[in-house]
Design a protein around this ligand. Sequence first.
Ligand SMILES: Cc1cc2nc3c(=O)[nH]c(=O)nc-3n(C[C@H](O)[C@H](O)[C@H](O)COP(=O)(O)OP(=O)(O)OC[C@H]3O[C@@H](n4cnc5c(N)ncnc54)[C@H](O)[C@@H]3O)c2cc1C
Length: 395
Amino acid sequence: MNRLMLEFADYTQGEETMYDVIVIGAGAVGSATAYAAARSGARVLLLEQFEIDHGRGSSHGASRIIRYAYDHPIYVAMARDSFPAWADLESESGERLYIRTGGIDFALPDEPLFMGMRRTLKATGVPHEIVSAADAMRRFPQFHLDDAFQVIIQEDAGVLRASAAVRTFVRLAQAHGATVRDRLPVTSIIVHRDAVTIAAGAETFNGARLVIAAGAWLNTWTTPLGVTLPLAPVAAQENYFTPVSDSDYAPERFPVWIGHLQNEYGHILYGLPSVDGSGNKVGVHGGKPIDPHAPDRHPDQEVIAAMTRFSERFFPTASQHKSSRVCIYTNTPDEHFVIDTHPEHRHVVIASCCSGHGFKFSPVLGQTIAHLALTGEALRDLSLFTLARFSAEAE
Ligand SMILES: Cc1cc2nc3c(=O)[nH]c(=O)nc-3n(C[C@H](O)[C@H](O)[C@H](O)COP(=O)(O)OP(=O)(O)OC[C@H]3O[C@@H](n4cnc5c(N)ncnc54)[C@H](O)[C@@H]3O)c2cc1C
C-alpha cells in the first residue's frame, strides 16, 4: 500500500543514518542525480523498485538521440552543457557512451516546429547547414526523401548508449559513496518539517532532502503531497528493421534523424543507426495511453504496419521488420520538463524530465536537480520547468 503522511514536527535523528539526499527512481534522471550529488560529497541513497536498467520505464535500451536541434534556446543551452558533461562521464568511467553520427531533420520548409528550429539554431550560433533533399541524399544515400523536403544537418548530433549510461551513473554514484538499493519499492513517504522518512519493504530510511524522479509513477508520490501533475504516460514503440547491409546503417555511416511529418503520420518520427547490430531504429514520438501500474506491453501491430510502410518509402534498403518494444514516455501538456521544489516542502524536489526527450540532458539534469535539492538554489534557468505553470493553466 502506498502511504504518505505529513508531520510538521521537527525531525530528530536517532541512531539511524541520515542521508543528505534520498532519490526515488534509478532511471536516467534519478541515477544521474544520485551520481552528481555523491560526486559533490553528499551522503546519497538511491532507491529503485525494479532491477537497475530494467525495461519497464523510460530509460532502458540500446540508444537515444543527442542533438542541438531544438526550437527553444533553453534546450540548446542545455545541449551545449550536455556534450562536455557526457565527455566527462566517459573519461571518469572509461565507458564509450556517445557516438558522433551527425543528425538530420527533414520537413516541408514551412512546417512550424522545423522553422522554429532553423531560427533557434541560427540565433544561438550552433553550426549547421540547410540543404535540399537531393544534397542530403548524396551524403546519406540510405534516405529516400521527397524533393519538396528541406533538411537541417547538424554534425555534432549522435547516439547515446542508453542502458550503458544508466549503469554508469549508478556505478559511479556508488564509487563516490552512494548507497544504491534496487528491487526495493518505496511504500511510504513521511515528510517532516526538515527531513523525510521513507519506507521501502521492511526498512525505513531518513534523509534531509528528497528527490522524486519516479518517471511515469511520479503522481503516486506527489498527489498525496498535494501536487498532481498533468502527466500522460504513453506507450512509445521502438521498431527495428533489418538492413540489407548492416554496415550501411551503422553509426559510422548513418545519422540520427527526425522527420517532422506530423501532418501525414500524426506524430514526429525519429530514428537511429543500427547500434551493435540492433537494426535500423524507427520510432514514433508519441503513442496510446498506458497505465504504468498495469501496462500492456504488446507492440501495436498497426504501428508496425505503418512503420514498415514508412521504411519502404524512406529506407528501401532497411524495411524488413525485425522487432518492436514498448517503452513509456511520460508527457507533460507542453512537453517541457518539471524541475521544481514542492511549493510547501522546499526540501522535496519533483523531477519529471521525459516527454520523450530528456535522456540527452541527463548528466546536466542530474547536476541541476542535485544542486537544487542540496542547496535550494537553481544552477541554471529553470523558468520553463516550474510546477506553477500547471496551476496557471488550470485557472
Ligand atoms: C522509446 C523512447 C525513446 C526515447 N528517445 C529519446 C531520445 O532519442 N533522446 C532523448 O533525449 N530522450 C529520449 N527519450 C526520453 C528519455 O529516455 C527519458 O526522458 C528518460 O529516460 C526519463 O528518465 P526518468 O529517470 O525520468 O524515467 P524512468 O527511466 O522511467 O525512471 C523512473 C524510475 O523510477 C522508478 N520508480 C517508480 N516508482 C518507484 C518506487 N515506488 N520506488 C522505487 N523506484 C520507483 C521506476 O522503476 C523507474 O526506474 C526516449 C524515451 C523512450 C521511452
